[in-house]
Ligand binder design. Structure first.
Ligand code: BTN
Length: 264
């Protein structure tokens, strides 16, 4: 692929698994860039990686702070799955991030519905999956992964300093990003293959083993309302089942989960 008319990357790296990593110094958003690349070529396994993002995007139209030192990347995929299955990619990407961090640094990692990876209870990674759907079929998916790697906590806005962390902060050391990204891609590739082989139930089970919020009392922010209940289960279509205090089970498709500190 030659991403004609697109800014030339600083470097292109080919990995043994067939991923091509396009490395940039700075981009507005790797997800937006990846979408432009995906519209110009039919390839997949293209990774857009930037050292900084000037307009990094989070879920629910939030801004994603992306200073130098983080891992800001987007993977272009062309999965054979119905549009409703796309959230499964977010789940396997969070599994890949959690396992990479755990294996390389022996830190306590967890996943939190729907798209977070936590280290020692604080958010270290967020995932933003965006799909291009045509005639009710997935044309391509851009899987955006943001990992706070070598970032000082002071770089986060004040409101995030209690809820977010970085690998540098948890390890009191900087990490080598290259082997970290390679290992993440290796894990991701393994999970992606399993997903395509129809092993979703097994993957979801593995995800749930890392989901320590399950069974706990949580608050869910949906639009401007707050629902409180016990995080009961995750369905096969990636929805959260919340057990309200009156015993009613409610299926939640989108929102943010926050652990309640008092009740358990
Ligand atoms: C979230 O938790 O809200 C999701 C954050 C996703 C951030 C990543 S960084 C790489 C990619 N490019 C973006 O603009 N966003 C995603």
């Amino acid at each position: 692929m030659s991403p004609q008319n697109l800014l030339e990357p600083k470097k292109i790296e080919n990995t043994s698994l067939g991923y091509r990593i396009f490395c940039y110094d700075s981009l507005p958003s790797t997800n937006d860039w990846a979408k432009r690349v995906a519209q110009r070529s039919k390839e997949e396994r293209i990774v857009i990686l930037a050292e900084t993002q000037t307009s990094g995007k989070g879920r629910l139209k939030r801004y994603w702070v992306s200073p130098k030192g983080g891992v800001w990347l987007s993977i272009i995929l062309r999965p054979k799955m119905p549009p409703q299955g796309v959230l499964k990619l977010t789940f396997i990407a969070s599994l890949a991030v959690a396992n990479t961090i755990n294996e390389m640094f022996h830190l306590k990692t967890e996943v939190k519905w729907p798209n977070d990876v936590l280290v020692n209870g604080k958010k270290v990674c967020g995932i933003l999956t965006e799909a291009n759907i045509r005639k009710n079929a997935v044309e391509f998916v851009v899987l955006g992964v943001g990992i706070n790697a070598n970032i000082k906590l002071e770089s986060f806005p004040c409101d995030l300093q209690n809820t977010a962390t970085s690998l540098k902060h948890e390890l009191c050391n900087t990490i080598d990003l290259r082997p970290f990204i390679k290992k993440f891609l290796r894990y991701f590739d393994r999970y992606y293959k399993r997903l395509q082989q129809g092993l979703w139930r097994m993957l979801l089970q593995e995800w749930k083993c890392l989901a320590s919020f399950l069974g706990k009392q949580v608050e869910i922010n949906i639009d401007s309302a707050i629902l409180v209940g016990k995080a009961w289960d995750i369905t096969e279509d990636c929805a959260l089942i919340l057990r309200l205090d009156d015993g009613i089970l409610k299926k939640i498709l989108t929102g943010d989960v926050k652990l309640c500190v008092r009740k358990s």
